[in-house]
Design a protein around this ligand. Sequence first.
Ligand code: C2E
Ligand code: CA
Ligand code: CA
Length: 739
Amino acid sequence: MQQSMPSSARSDKFVVTSIAIVFVLVTALLGALVAQSIYTITATSNAIDDIRAKHAAVGAKESLRKQLGAIVRDNAYWDDAFRQISMAETKRDWIIENWASTTADYPLYDTAIVVDGQNTPIVAYRLGEAMDMSPAEFLGPAFDEMVSAARKAQITDPVPVYFIRSAAGVALIGAASIRPNAPDDPVNSQNYHVLVFAKHLTFAVVSEVSETFSLANLTLDRDRMANALSIPLRDISERDVGYFNWPSQMPGTTSYLKVKNTIGIAAIILVLFLCAICAVGLLTTRRLRGSEARARFKATHDALTGLFNRSGLIERMSEASRASRPQAAAMRLHFIDLDGFKGVNDAWGHGVGDDLLVAVARRLSDMLPCNVLVARFGGDEFAVATVEPIATAVVQTIGQQIQVALERVFEIDGRTIEIGASVGVAVAATAALDVGDLIRRADIALYRAKDLGRGITVEFEEGFDEDAKTQAELEHQLRETLANDGIDVAYQPLVHADSGEICGVEALARWRTLDGRNLGPDIFIPLAEKAGLIDVLGMQVLTKALQEAKHWPGIALAVNVSPLQLKNPKFVQNVTEALRNAEFEAARFTIEITEGVLISDPDQAQRAITALKQVGIKIALDDFGSGFASIGALRQFGFDRMKIDRSLVQALDNDENGGAVLQATIALANALQIPVTAEGIETEEQAIAVRISGCDELQGYLFSKPITAEELGIYYFGKVAVDVLEVLDMYNRQVKQAI
Ligand code: C2E
Ligand code: CA
Ligand code: CA
């Protein structure tokens, strides 16, 4: 039973999903790494350039200081200047001429101040003019600090040069004591005059620095600018007097911006690629899911009718059984077997048979409530199950409804087809719903329905289980008996109607079970047929009978054959071989078959009969009058003899018309020149009546019950028992009188 999906589809789905996920993850990771690298390259080159720019700015600052330092040193440490300063009357003019007047247009300084040993300004000029305020006022407190730093500096020390905030802005200031350009004279150093040069960082100066040192957009500001690079400009006491600010060049960002579009396109391609992979993965899984669903449907449904198949129904019932809560309704399972379906198949072919099955499926589905499950189990077997709560009144009539629905004629390809249905029902109480058990019970109930003559609904009863067990046990015993060649044969004599002499015997199977009971063939022949043992049983009886009867000279032997045996393609061959082995004359051998086979499979019956007759075997139609066989069948199939059923003979006694029917039947057979045997003759009256009507052979308890071969040998072919002879004698006398 296929309960679940092909696992390959499931694992395919897993593989596809995994590959897609891994691919997406790897690609996303690579994307992230590349993005991270681009960011790092950008940031790093920005940072490197910022460092370069800072170095350049610091370099610019230092170069300005150095330049001013050099000019201050050259002018202050100068022997001639020292000498001129010491001349009190002329020193002021000399200072103005040499240093102050040049402030007007000299590029390296715009302010020149000289103070004497007591720090009194002697000259203070700016831009070629005497300053209108004192140097301390103009330059602030840092001025005095510069002067005293200048006095402290040895000739070998660097000249102090710093930035300063003046009343006119930020300036570079340098100071040195005016002294001979010779090693220090520490005694006088404190009394030296001090020369101070200052150069204001005007817009032009800043622009020049910006250009010279590649510091684009450099500005001089009072404060540090946000989001920009900057260096502080400090005075001698480390006070910030202003800042050089300039924007970061960000070459990394610039480069990035140049390739940004390309990267964007690459990213879009990547995203599209990932989307494509996801889409392909999705489509593939959807396709797999689709094929999984199709496989699932196929595994659980019948291809011809589209109904559930066996596995499908069992699965659904098991699900319902698992999900069932105390209030859920009892589960009810109906097994349906179509009556007469095989005949339809044989008569009109499988195409019509298939159409009929589809029509049955449709009729069942249409007629039943929609929450009832309908299934085809294969062949002409259907099942109907209620798994959900349905009104009890409805549920109990489902079997009946099925029967009514299927008894209505079907119109298929212009043919009117009549079938019927046998239904077996099993009900599972709410608790402990075992689906397997339910199926078994429905099966047993169906079996029973078919046994009881078809066209009926049988609901499983506890006793059936017991019966089924007994049946199974009996079947087992029969198998054993057959394996040990243990079926016995009884013989019932057939007598000439005229003379009362024995002309033949009918072989009848006898079975003594392993537990010592004698069961009649009415029980064990159907059992053997159901269990598939009839071929073996039939041949066992036939072989034994041939072996025993060959010792009875002049006596004909009749053997019963089940319709099922005729279906065996080797039947004729087997019988012929048995005859040959027993060296039994075919002409003395009769096979009795019942009319059932003529109806269920006429072609097959005809083939077998023809073949048997070709060998010389005679064929008798058994139990005539118990069923539907017509006299026409006798001729059509070429029967050599007709055996009138016991029921017709008994009708002589019970029924007024009995005699007439019997007479007419025998007369018709006689008209067709078919000899007639009367079965079940128990009284002399019956014997005489059938004799007069035209039967040439008689059989019945009046002459003898079925007896063993041994008894037969003793009574009839050896020391004949007196009472048997008496019966025959009396019969002969009475027959003669009657005629
Ligand atoms: P059948 O072929 O009609 O056999 C005659 C049956 O009628 C025998 O029953 C026989 O005992 C019974 N009988 C004969 N005379 C009288 C009578 O005067 N009164 C009454 N009440 N019964 C009489 P049996 O042996 O129980 O066999 C029953 C049936 O089982 C047979 O009916 C035959 O159809 C079948 N059967 C018996 N042996 C075999 C066999 O070897 N193979 C097959 N396929 N069927 C067999
Ligand atoms: Ca018979
Ligand atoms: Ca019979």
